[in-house]
Design a protein around this ligand. Sequence first.
Ligand code: ATP
Ligand code: ZN
Length: 285
Amino acid sequence: MKKLRIAIQKSGRLSEKSINLLKEAGVSLTNGERKLLAQSGSFPIEVLYLRDDDIPQYVEDGVADIGIVGENVFAEKGKEADIVERLGFSRCRLSLAIPKQLNYEGVEFFEGKKIATSYPVILEKFLNEKGVNAEIHEISGSVEIAPGIGLADGIFDIVSSGSTLISNGLTEVDVVMKSEAVVIGNRDMDQEKREILNDLLFRIRSVLASTNNKYILLNAPNDKLDDIISVIPGMKSPTVMPLADSGWSSVHSVLSESQFWQVIGKLKEFGAQGILVIPIEKMII
Ligand code: ATP
Ligand code: ZN
C-alpha cells in the first residue's frame, strides 16, 4: 500500500505541536529517536524531518506529499503548493518595528530607510503595494538587534507577545501579515494519496475541534431554561433532562473555548448551578 509522506519541522517551535497533533490523530511514530524518515505503524504515513524553510520546496517537488509549516514561511518561499488545512497553533504576526523614541505617522516613514528582515519577499511585496522605496537588508537571525547596532533603521520580523521588541527598545508600528501553522499539500497527488490525506484531515479536524471545545453540564431552574439554552446552543441543541428535584433540569452541551468565560458569566447570572466543564477527547464533526 502507498504511504503519504508528511514533512514536519525537525526541531523548533512547530516540532512538538506537529508530532502531538499526529499522535492525537492516531499516527504513532515507531522509530522514536528522530531519523530523517520515520514510519508510522498505525497509519499509512511516513514522516520526514526537515528545517521549516525547506518544507515548501519539498512539497512543491513532491518529495513530501504534505507538510506542516508556518504560513509566514510558506508565503515567503512562494512555492507551488496548496494550503489544505489551517491548524490554529503557533500563531504569530509579521510586523514592522522601529526604535521607540522615533515618531511614526505611517508607512511613508520607511521611504529611503533601511529595514532588516528574514522575510524579504513578503516585505518587498508589502512595500511595493504601499509605493514605498526602502532598502531591504536580509539577515537570517537576531533581526531585532539590527537598529541598535546601526545596521538598519527598522525591522520586519515575527512578533508574538512583543516582549522581544520591548527588550530591544523597539515598538511595533504596522502588522503586515498574520500567521498560524498550516498543512500544505502537493498539487499532483494521486487518488490513493488523496484518500489517505482525506482520512488524515478528517482525524486532524476532530482533534482540533475537541481541543477547541469543552463539554459542559449544569443544573438550571426550569423558569430560566430558555435563557440558559440561548447562550449554549451545543452541536445540534443542548440535551435537557429533568432532575429528581422538581423545578430543576440538567443541561448538557458543547462550548467553544473562545466563548468560555463570557458564557459562564451569563449562565451564573441566569441562576445555573453545579456547572461542570469537561475536556473532550475527540469530537467527530
Ligand atoms: P528551523 O531551524 O527549522 O529553520 P526556525 O528557527 O526558522 O527553525 P522557529 O523559530 O522554530 O523557526 O519557528 C518556526 C515557526 O513558528 C515560524 O516560522 C513561525 O510560523 C512560528 N513562530 C515563530 N516564532 C513564534 C512565536 N514567538 N510565537 C509563535 N509562533 C512563532
Ligand atoms: Zn527556519
